[in-house]
Ligand binder design. Structure first.
Ligand SMILES: C[S@@+](CC[C@H](N)C(=O)[O-])C[C@H]1O[C@@H](n2cnc3c(N)ncnc32)[C@H](O)[C@@H]1O
Length: 346
């Protein structure tokens, strides 16, 4: 899966055991801020019926492949599509010019592969789930040969070693269909989807600071949408990064936005992820959530993302940000309308 700030890859165990504690016999679960789709993918793997939502197109594509698409339905056709893409001749185009020459996120030899494969995906006229699987395979292949510190805000002064490897596609790790029923992926605002979900549990993992996910991952958005937008700045961000904002990226906005989402949820169980560097404190969150029922908080200490550990550099390779704290604490707020006994994680 792609490198993603805020990905809950390392927190899957406590999240899954908390869901299992609340819903031991299975059930219907909604992930309103799905990001890399790891949580929904893992829940589907445990037999839950999952609805994953995110407002960005690249995240919706990830969830379409990892949550909505069933392996038994698509694996054979996807193998044929990936083999076709692998044999497509490289051809430089918009992506190479924008992200390999004007900006240097990928080596131009890989840019030409990406351009050709992305055009070929459209030319094949694939059904939406199959197209999402092909796009995810391409996105992940590009992510493995990028020349960044993990986000698309800046790129390395010299090519990262991995950027010189040839881009190669792999089959995404799709989940088989669940007996609980079809899973789904949507691209909507969390508040709208919260009001539409009639199920057992909602997982909330909103952004927690000013950094916009669209700004951090604009290359994936442009690759998925393939709308070849006007761009700006050193990183060649799409111009709509300036206008497609999330209330969750604003210090005054996040409290009311999260409170509105929590109020709109009808499910009896909630799990909320937040960390100790976010705009809302543990006490504020506990107060907000206690109106919904019993709240238990699990704290997990984690190393911070790589940029914090190596410092931030500009396009000339000059350090422009200091090395920050090396660890933070991830809080899991587990909320239920009935008392519960959950495992307390490390
Ligand atoms: C902390 S990340 C989620 C990470 C995810 N749990 C994972 O494991 O990868 C927050 C996500 O919320 C999405 N987002 C931000 N504002 C949103 C909104 N108003 N509605 C829906 N999604 C939103 C972002 O695109 C981002 O992917």
């Amino acid at each position: 899966m792609i490198k993603y700030i805020g990905s809950k890859r390392a927190l899957l165990d406590p999240i899954l055991s908390s869901v299992r504690g609340l819903l031991p016999d299975g059930g219907i679960v909604c992930d309103l801020f799905s990001g890399s789709a790891r949580v929904g993918h893992a829940l589907k793997g445990q037999g839950y019926r999952v609805w994953s939502n995110d407002h960005n197109a690249y995240a919706h594509t990830l969830a379409t492949a990892y949550v909505q698409a069933d392996r038994n339905r698509w694996a054979d056709q996807a193998a044929v599509v990936l083999a076709d893409l692998a044999s497509t001749a490289p051809a430089e185009g918009w992506f190479t010019k924008t992200f390999c020459e004007d900006a240097r996120f990928f080596h131009p030899a890989n840019g030409a592969r990406i351009d050709a494969m992305r055009d070929r995906i459209d030319a094949m006229g694939l059904e939406p789930e199959l197209k999402a699987i092909a796009l995810v395979s391409l996105m992940e292949a590009a992510d493995r040969v990028d020349s960044t510190a993990g986000v698309h805000m800046a790129y390395m002064k010299r090519w990262a070693d991995r950027a010189l490897n040839p881009l190669t596609l792999r089959m995404p790790d799709l989940q088989p269909a669940t007996e609980a029923g079809p899973c789904r992926a949507t691209q909507g605002d969390a508040l709208d989807i919260a009001g539409q979900f009639d199920g057992d549990l909602v997982y909330l993992d909103p952004p927690y600071n000013q950094h916009s996910y669209l700004g951090n991952y604009h290359v994936w958005e442009s690759l998925v949408l393939w709308d070849k937008p006007e761009t700006y700045g050193i990183a060649n961000k799409r111009v709509d990064v300036r206008t497609r904002k999330s209330a969750f990226n604003s210090r005054p906005g996040i409290g009311p936005a999260l409170s509105a989402v929590v109020d709109a949820i009808r499910a009896p169980n909630l799990i909320v992820s937040f960390n100790d560097e976010g705009y809302l404190s543990r006490d504020e969150l506990e107060r907000m959530l206690s109106a919904r029922g019993h709240v238990q908080v699990i704290d997990i200490a984690r190393p911070r993302y790589v940029g914090a550990r190596i410092g931030i550099h500009n396009h000339k390779g000059k350090k422009v940000g200091a090395v920050g704290r090396l660890r933070n604490v991830e809080h899991l707020f587990v909320v239920s309308d009935r008392p519960m006994a959950l495992p307390v994680a490390a």
